[in-house]
Write a protein that binds this ligand. Structure first.
Ligand code: ARG
Length: 459
């Protein structure tokens, strides 16, 4: 088949060149954005008198029909036509002849593809944001049921201070709220229309770029044609936002994996979201969480791969930039399936509240509170730290927890102790006294849930 750009060539391309060069196998998923962009461009050409109004109307109408046919699965794209842009243009010309050939007036595939990618990244950023919103809302539903569920909080993966399961879950809600904000920022970065930049230096036709921008819902119009066709920062921003989101999901997955081990036994995954072993009959594995953790690495690969592609490219468009698509598509597909599956897995798991509470009670997680009790009774904090350290050492030897020591045992270490120490180191007290903003106290966490619920609402 002869190429759209075949005029200056003496012979056809090698089949290998066609295969290697073409992007239709993956960029066909831009068909909607491509048609939207072309419709806006054609309307503008008609409005500006660059083509006639009937010609513009015929192009717009036919592009609409092509869109329907693509969605109905009636269209087969061709590798000869290289990419989605030339495929659609050639289908258009096939249907309306010479008028179709006028669509590309004042436009280049360079500003066309940059426009399509921006429309696409804007769309998927909002779709991913909605999935993260769902995940956050599920976590908040769970959190509101667990504001009294005591668990150990950790540093260095050593039991540190008591918190609640709700407080732990809400930490992830904070991360997901930032992820949503990051996607808003990606949307903003992509919200500039490059169409009108031409191949690199705009065009002599009197295009109305602001009209096209408002037709397509772009907030801004690019101010430099070289940057217009060669900026892919918004793709990198998207890949970065996905990578950070996946990093959050991966940390959460790691905790799920630990928690469902027999050593922790804090949670039990639903059978529907676990897998077995082909050899060990007793096994129930957290494969979903492990895969999510693994796939985070894959999205970092998408980010680093494309960042590296961009680093050596001179202005303006170069074919290297066709490599923007697969990483963006892959990162989106990956984050999407992970967000959906993870949400279901977490929403169906059982929380073993009694195991969590026992673990918090057993790990001296109230030692700081015991030291604080001493401070409130006139002992300097450093001395208090040493006294409780001694008590912990003693309790470890006896195989007891701090609340199991008798008052005599306390007084043997320091006479200042009295009965009120027991209330101060009660885990519920330890948690509920930490009621300053950001703390695990039930009242504080309930407020954090309420604030986040409103921030997670759809604008
Ligand atoms: N398929 C190409 C891409 O994705 C479209 C732009 C091609 N432009 C060009 N001058 N060859 O980047």
């Amino acid at each position: 088949m002869s190429k759209m750009w075949g005029g200056r060539f003496n012979k056809g391309t090698d089949a290998l060149t066609d295969d290697f060069n073409s992007s239709i196998s993956f960029d066909q998923r831009l068909y909607k954005q491509d048609i939207r962009g072309s419709i806006a461009h054609a309307k503008m050409l008609g409005k500006q008198g660059i083509i006639s109004v009937p010609e513009s109307e015929l192009i717009v109408k036919t592009l609409g029909e092509i869109l329907e046919d693509i969605e109905a699965g009636k269209i087969e794209f061709s590798v000869d036509m290289e990419d989605i842009h030339m495929n659609i243009e050639s289908i258009l010309t096939g249907r309306i002849g010479d008028t179709g050939k006028k669509l590309h007036t004042g436009r280049s595939r360079n500003d066309q593809v940059a426009t399509d990618m921006r429309l696409y990244v804007k769309d998927i950023s909002m779709e991913l944001k909605d999935l993260i919103r769902n995940l956050g809302l599920t976590l908040m539903d769970m959190a509101s049921k667990h504001t009294k569920t005591i668990m150990p909080g950790y540093t260095h993966l050593q039991r540190a201070q008591p918190i609640t399961f709700a407080h732990h879950l809400m930490a992830y809600v904070e991360m997901f709220r930032r992820d949503m904000k990051r996607l808003d920022q990606v949307y903003d970065m992509a919200d500039t229309l490059p169409l009108g930049s031409g191949a690199l230096a705009t065009t002599t036709y009197p295009l109305d770029r602001y009209y096209v921008a408002s037709e397509l819902g772009f907030k801004n119009v690019s101010m430099n044609s070289l940057d217009g066709v060669s900026d892919r920062d918004f793709c990198i921003d998207f890949l970065e936002a996905v990578s950070v989101f996946m990093m959050h999901l991966s940390r959460f997955s790691e905790e799920i994996i630990l928690w469902c081990s027999s050593e922790f036994n804090f949670i039990t995954l639903d059978d529907a979201f676990s897998t077995g072993s082909s050899i060990m009959p007793q096994k129930k594995n957290p494969d979903i969480a492990e895969l999510v953790r693994g796939k985070a690495g894959r999205t970092y690969g998408d980010l680093l791969g494309f960042l590296t592609t961009m680093k050596g490219i001179p202005l303006a468009y170069n074919k290297d930039m066709q490599e923007d698509k697969e990483p963006v598509f892959d990162a989106y597909d990956t984050a999407k399936i992970c967000a959906i599956t993870f949400e279901k897995m977490i929403g169906t798991m059982t929380v073993n509240t009694e195991v969590m509470r026992k673990s918090a009670a057993g790990g001296f997680s109230n030692a700081t509170d015991a030291a604080d009790w001493l401070v409130k009774h006139g002992v300097a904090f450093r001395d208090a730290h040493a006294i409780i350290g001694k008590l912990v050492f003693y309790a470890l030897e006896k195989g007891k927890s701090l609340d199991e020591l008798t008052l005599e045992e306390y007084n043997a270490v320091d006479p200042v102790f009295d009965e009120s120490i027991y209330d101060a180191i009660d885990l519920q007290t330890c948690v509920n006294q930490r009621d300053i903003v950001g703390g695990p106290a039930e009242s504080t966490v309930r407020r954090a849930i309420a604030v986040n619920r409103s921030l997670f609402q759809k604008a």
